[in-house]
Write a protein that binds this ligand. Structure first.
Ligand SMILES: C[S@@+](CC[C@H](N)C(=O)[O-])C[C@H]1O[C@@H](n2cnc3c(N)ncnc32)[C@H](O)[C@@H]1O
Length: 280
């Protein structure tokens, strides 16, 4: 069996309680742990987009993009390969897991948890992968409801650029990962529409591009008015991270080993006072 083949069985899940999730607090009946607060700014726009029809309308274009990168498996392996050093029984968190597309390309011997701010995406994840029930949290990347050092690795693919607070999300990803664990974040370049053929299209007309592709007006405005620098935030929060160009230069991927101590922890503060998970 190769690393990417579907496995015959799913490993026994780690009880969510051991990860700092208190079952008495807001557990949902449908397998999703609810830890979402009032959303603002980019996170509010993103949740509306990914929870509504906009993402389903846009998704074929994402598939087309990945198709041009050699297909979903090859395109995602450019990122997921940085998790290859993990042991077969790794405990992993995907932030912005969506409906769990990456689960098809990661070893099923891992125990994967997921966080996302779009509840309908989490429901879709359970529909596609029933074993994810009880392993998903409805939460922002900026406030992960897991105990410190819970995971062997934490990764995020495809959502990071428009996260509401890059520094806080990166700090949270590092906090919930054990020292020596792996951190990976990857996404398209911000303003990807300005590259390639996009350069030839007048800016005024470009504003209609995402609308024509089915994207919500608010999300389209967020993309066009975006002025943050997610890569600068990564370099600051994870100083040892290595940059890898992906998707023929249209995307970025950073991989890092979670250091001890965390450089940003004191300034941004941990969000969990639960003890670390015992994971041999
Ligand atoms: C393009 S999808 C990618 C899904 C999946 N990771 C993949 O690779 O196919 C981006 C996901 O990130 C989620 N997301 C965006 N901003 C987020 C945030 N601040 N916190 C948690 N999830 C977020 C969205 O709801 C969406 O499900």
């Amino acid at each position: 069996m190769t690393r990417l083949d579907p496995p015959p069985t799913d490993p026994a899940p780690v009880p969510a309680r051991d990860l700092g999730l208190d079952p008495t607090l807001g557990r949902q009946a449908d397998g999703i742990w609810e830890r979402i607060g009032p959303l603002t700014g980019r996170n509010q726009v993103a949740a509306t987009f990914y929870d509504g029809p906009g993402w389903n309308r846009f998704r074929p274009w994402e598939r087309l993009f990945l198709g041009f990168q050699g297909g979903a498996r090859r395109a995602r392996r450019q990122i997921l390969r940085h998790l290859d050093p993990l042991p077969a029984d790794a405990l992993v968190l995907e932030v912005g897991i969506g409906d769990g597309e990456n689960l098809r390309f990661t070893p099923a011997t891992w125990t994967t948890y997921g966080a996302d701010l779009a509840r309908s995406q989490l429901l879709g994840c359970i529909r596609r992968s029933p074993s994810m029930s009880d392993r998903l949290v409805w939460a922002e990347a900026e406030s992960l409801p897991f105990a410190d050092t819970s995971f062997d690795a934490c990764y995020s693919i495809g959502g990071f650029t428009y996260f509401g607070d890059h520094a806080r999300a990166l700090s949270e990803m590092a906090r919930v990962t054990r020292p020596g664990g792996l951190l990976v974040v990857a996404d398209e370049l911000p303003q990807i529409h300005r590259y390639g053929i996009g350069r030839l299209i007048p800016r005024k007309l470009m504003r209609f591009g995402p609308r024509l592709l089915g994207v919500d007006p608010d999300f389209a405005s967020m993309v066009f008015d975006f002025a943050a620098d997610p890569e600068a935030a990564i370099k600051l929060a994870w100083p040892g991270a290595t940059r890898h160009a992906i998707w023929t230069g249209l995307g970025y991927c950073y991989s890092a080993v979670r250091p001890e101590p965390l450089s940003t922890r004191e300034s941004l503060g941990g969000t969990s006072d639960a003890g670390p998970l015992h994971h041999p």
